[in-house]
Design a protein around this ligand. Structure first.
Ligand SMILES: Nc1ncnc2c1ncn2[C@@H]1O[C@H](COP(=O)(O)OP(=O)(O)OP(=O)(O)O)[C@@H](O)[C@H]1O
Ligand SMILES: [Mg+2]
Length: 319
């Protein structure tokens, strides 16, 4: 038991509720001096006191002992598990790029993957999509292990990774139709709705080589949606989008998650945007998940995701 950590946590909880040390002492039938000693880490509450403190602050004894709230689990998560990544590691030559990655993603969840340049976000997404072989570990998409059933697994996935590849000399529409054929999709009405959704109606018949960066990005998103995916994997999808495009993408992703129950893994350096749309954050640093939390955590702490990011990474550096 880490007395100091518990003490700091009690002090934080007490201040949050605007209680003085004496108020808390009165609630627990002890003196303010005893509370003060806990908060300074000189000694710690016994188990019956821990239980009473936990009930006063509406948290669990486990959270109290850990010195922090557990924001990992989403309440009311009735979604099915659409992605499981277990003990995944990946090296290039002698450099270890991903180090024992573990997480799950449920349908309807929007999970933000954030971390500094080169920390392994794109590599992780490529491993999930079977574009890279991981050294160890397992990736399961909608119950299919990608080692044995990649094709089946990818049927339910849409992705935009780095710069999507298109046939440049044909139109955006023809590119989308090729993808429709690949998935044996015949619903032209759905395809037109997707084109409209990414606001490419006016340029969809033009050759892709005439597209601007943002238009290519929009086509990439349309392309990712064409097979009605259950899981979307988007690597920096806001790159190149103008503010209106970013807003449209935000609304589209929120709509897909809420109304179609699509699970979304999205990486971005635009932390305010990630904070806006994600339910959960995975923070990656040097190939390791250093934080995995529900977005309520930053809201609760009344700080921005950017501040949480800086605190965590600066803290790591100083440790
Ligand atoms: N094909 C490759 N061969 C060798 N090293 C690679 C390869 N792809 C990526 N790396 C290395 O893996 C590390 C992680 O790269 P990755 O592209 O996954 O980072 P990232 O988190 O996506 O960064 P960014 O925010 O800049 O997009 C980097 O050190 C990179 O140099
Ligand atoms: Mg990247």
């Amino acid at each position: 038991m880490n007395q100091e950590k518990i003490g700091l946590f009690i002090s934080e909880l007490r201040k949050e509720k605007n209680l003085t040390q004496k108020d808390l002492g009165d609630l627990l039938d002890i003196t303010d001096n005893s509370v003060s000693k806990w908060e300074r880490g000189i000694n710690a509450p016994d188990i019956s006191q821990l239980k009473r403190i936990a009930s006063i602050f509406n948290i669990t004894v486990g959270e109290l002992l850990n010195g922090e709230r557990n924001f990992k689990k989403r309440e009311n998560n009735n979604g099915e598990r659409i992605l499981e990544v277990k003990n995944l590691s990946k090296s290039f030559g002698t450099s270890k790029i991903l180090n024992n990655i573990n997480f799950e993603l449920y349908s309807g969840d929007v999970v933000g993957l954030i971390g500094p340049n080169g920390c392994g976000k794109t590599t992780l997404m490529k491993c999930i999509l079977g574009l890279y072989h991981s050294d160890t570990g397992k990736v399961e998409i909608d119950g299919n292990d990608i080692r044995y059933n990649l094709e089946e697994a990818l049927k339910v996935v849409g992705s935009v990774i780095e710069n999507p590849d298109f046939y440049l000399n044909i139109s955006g529409l023809k590119n989308l139709k090729i993808r429709m054929t690949l998935f044996d999709m015949k619903d032209i009405g759905y395809m037109n709705a997707v084109i409209h959704e990414v606001k490419l109606d006016d340029s969809i018949k033009k050759k892709v080589k005439t597209y601007s960066l943002g238009m290519k990005q929009r086509l990439g998103i349309a392309n990712a949606l064409i097979n009605k995916p259950k899981l979307l994997i988007l690597d920096e999808p806001t790159n190149g989008l103008d503010p209106i495009g970013i807003k449209q993408l935000r609304e589209l992703l929120i709509n897909l998650s809420r109304n179609s129950n699509v699970g979304i893994l999205i990486s971005s350096h635009n932390l305010p945007e990630i904070e806006n749309i994600c339910d959960r954050i995975l923070m990656l640093d040097h190939g390791t998940i250093v934080e995995d939390f529900g977005i309520e955590k930053v809201k609760y702490k009344n700080i921005t995701l950017e501040e949480e990011f800086m605190n965590k990474l600066e803290g790591e550096k100083n440790e």
